[in-house]
Design a protein around this ligand. Structure first.
Ligand code: C5P
Length: 233
C-alpha cells in the first residue's frame, strides 16, 4: 500500500462549507476522508455522496452501539452511499457487531471496524461501568478486539500505543486504523496516547487518521505532505 492510501484526514467540522473547502484545498493529495457524527449531523448524507462522487474513499465514523436491527439498517445505508469504512462499538457484544458485519456483506467495498475502549477512558472509568478485576485497560482493548474479529469485523480502531499489541494479538490480516497521531515535534493536541504516523505504521497500523494537524494548518496540503513524508521516511 502506498503512503497516501494509508492517510485518512478527519473532516471534524460543524458545517459543510468548511469541509468542502478543505477537500478542495487538498485536491489530489488526499484520497481518504473520515466523516464523524458532528459533520454528518450538520451536513447530512449529501456530503458523503459528494465525496464518493469525487472518487474519494469515505470512513463514516458512526460509532454504532444500538440494537442489532438498527445497527444493520445504518450499515446498509452507509453501504448504499458508497462508504468504505464504518465503525461499531465492540462493547456492544457479539450480537451487535455481527449485525454490522452481516449487513455489510452486500457491499463488497465496505469494511466494518470495531472500537474497543475509547481512548479518553481510564481504568477508573472502566471500573465505574463495571469492568473491574485483573483486566487492565490494555487487556480490555485486546479482549474486545478479539471479540470483534470473532464476530467477523475487518479490523479495529487503535491508539498508536495499542497498535503493536493488537497486531501481535490479531495477526497480519486485519485493518488497524490509528487516530491520535501527530507529526514529530508537534504538541500532542491533548491526546493521551499519541505517536507519529511512522511509529503507528511501524507498530502495525494499516492506516492513520489525521485531523487538526492537517485541517487547522495554514497550508493543509503542505501539512498532508509532511504526514506522507513521515510515513515514507
Ligand atoms: O486529534 P485529531 O484532530 O488528529 O483527531 C482526529 C480524529 O481522531 C478525531 O475525529 C477523533 O475521532 C479521532 N481520535 C480518537 N482518539 C484520540 C484522538 C483522536 O479517536 N485519542
Amino acid at each position: 500500500m502506498d503512503a497516501t492510501s494509508r492517510i485518512i484526514v478527519a473532516l471534524d467540522f460543524d458545517d459543510r462549507r468548511a469541509a468542502d473547502d478543505l477537500v478542495a484545498r487538498l485536491g489530489e493529495e488526499c484520497r481518504f476522508y473520515k466523516v464523524g457524527l458532528e459533520l454528518l449531523t450538520a451536513a447530512g448524507p449529501g456530503l458523503i455522496e459528494s465525496l464518493v462522487g469525487q472518487g474519494k474513499d469515505v470512513f463514516l465514523d458512526l460509532k454504532l452501539f444500538e440494537i442489532p436491527n438498527s445497527v444493520a439498517g445504518a450499515v446498509r445505508v452507509a453501504g448504499s452511499l458508497g462508504v468504505s469504512m464504518v465503525t461499531v462499538h465492540a462493547m456492544g457484544g457479539t450480537g451487535i457487531v455481527s449485525a454490522a458485519v452481516e449487513a455489510a456483506r452486500d457491499f463488497p467495498g465496505l469494511r466494518v471496524l470495531a472500537l474497543t475502549v475509547v481512548t479518553s477512558m481510564t481504568a477508573a472509568d472502566l471500573a465505574d461501568v463495571g469492568v473491574t478485576g485483573a483486566a487492565s485497560t490494555e487487556d480490555q482493548v485486546v479482549r474486545l478486539a478479539r471479540l470483534a474479529r470473532g464476530a467477523g469485523c475487518h479490523g479495529v480502531i487503535a491508539s498508536p500505543r495499542e497498535a503493536g499489541r493488537l497486531r501481535g494479538a490479531l495477526g497480519p490480516d486485519p485493518l488497524i486504523v490509528t487516530p491520535g497521531v501527530t507529526l514529530p515535534g508537534e504538541s500532542s493536541g491533548g491526546h493521551a496516547r499519541s505517536g507519529t504516523p511512522r511509529a503507528a505504521v511501524a507498530a502495525g497500523a494499516s492506516h492513520v487518521v489525521v485531523g487538526r494537524t492537517v485541517t487547522r494548518s495554514d497550508d493543509p496540503a503542505a501539512a498532508f505532505r509532511l504526514v506522507r513524508a513521515d510515513l515514507e521516511r
